[in-house]
Design a protein around this ligand. Sequence first.
Ligand SMILES: C[S@@+](CC[C@H](N)C(=O)[O-])C[C@H]1O[C@@H](n2cnc3c(N)ncnc32)[C@H](O)[C@@H]1O
Length: 348
Amino acid sequence: MADESTQIAVDHYTADEWVAESTASEVTSLRSSINDYIYENGRRYHAYHAGSYWGSNDEKAMDALDISHHVYMLLLRGKLHLAPIPNEVNRVLDVGTGTGVWAMDFADLHPEASVIGTDLSPIQPAFVPSNLRFEVDDCCDDWLYEKPFDFIHARGLFGCVSDWDRFYKQALQHLVPGGYLEQVEWSVWVDSDDGSAKGTKMDESGHISLEAAKKFGKSLQTVNEMEENMKKAGFTDVTVHTFKIPVGPWPQDKRLKNLGRYQRLVWEESLEMWVMMLWTSILGWRREEVELHLMEVRNELRNSKIHAYQIAYVFLLPYSKSFIDSIPGGFAMDENQPSRQYRYESTI
Ligand SMILES: C[S@@+](CC[C@H](N)C(=O)[O-])C[C@H]1O[C@@H](n2cnc3c(N)ncnc32)[C@H](O)[C@@H]1O
């Protein structure tokens, strides 16, 4: 072993190896900065690109995301996706992966696949299937993946993206021929067939959030705007599946009753994380005012006379050769570019 007086032999690196080595150590030293979470109004928020997303990432929010996953699974009758991808896939991306629950299930079911889950928050577990890795990344930045994907999955990205046109173009540029982008979203407002949700605090909440998100610069009208945005980005071959998600166990149908029971739980667990930042920082409400409003919503969630539901959409977007051909210079991805593992910015 070398002591202080011994000269340390210098290892030899190629330029590329040295870049890889430096990046790895930078990742380690900077990893802590993404955990310097922001605390506000009793909730915890992401530090990477702080302030760019309104949802909190604390334990309660994480629990709510995991319950939502169960709702999505009930909605799609136990399927992780509707896109007709082959049984064996190579590369899969889950954008805005949250707690990573979808990506973990997918990686377990597809041991042959190499799965990447990205998010602004590093809230995913450390021990995951060996064919899965999580990265802290902002999907609104340039996508710098080294190889295209067979399947790109995005779920619950309402209010996460200001420029959907760019998002869809980047996603489609990162698909292999035959690949699919699937996006699953639900409305942030409620409807009812018998008018019982009209004028409720639940109804009002959705509209307040829509207004706040507009001011914030990331629309929450995602479900209404997606198809047009996808078509604007150059795709005509969009398939849309529409579902109703009851909020509460009010439906007669057993399956919907069960779905509604879980969705009510999602509401109860998520309400504050959905609105606290938008209503206080953007609309100027006081924390107590928000809490009072949410207390009324909670009461309504237990009112059997309110038959509210949300609309969920699943959009399937296949790889489009005509779109890729229309990009000046051809396929926009540089296959030789090294993949970016993490992007960090100091939060100080
Ligand atoms: C409603 S959650 C959905 C999580 C997950 N897709 C699911 O369905 O369980 C939205 C997630 O998107 C992440 N997010 C928001 N804006 C983002 C962005 N610009 N880039 C990457 N992730 C983002 C949030 O941190 C959050 O985890």
